[in-house]
Design a protein. Sequence first.
Length: 94
Amino acid sequence: MNSMEHQFIEAGTLMLAGMVFVFAFLSLLIIFINTVLARLAVKFPDAITPSRSHSSTKNKKAVSGEISPAIVAAISGSISQYRHKHSTQYKSKR
């Protein structure tokens, strides 16, 4: 059993070392990518698109808490389609 215990300790140590290595590598990768992107963002800024009046009315509705009728229709249609496809399951349970 001593051999088995030694193998488990070695496996745990190896797993922990691997996890630390992967964490350190990914952390360095994120830092590197953010640094490069920050420099590129200064050199190549995003183009400013003109705002449309149609999009501003959508934002006003979203802020006031109203739900667009198109979204309500899409959700209602999806629910009825789901119920129609699975109607045999609902009938067998009742």
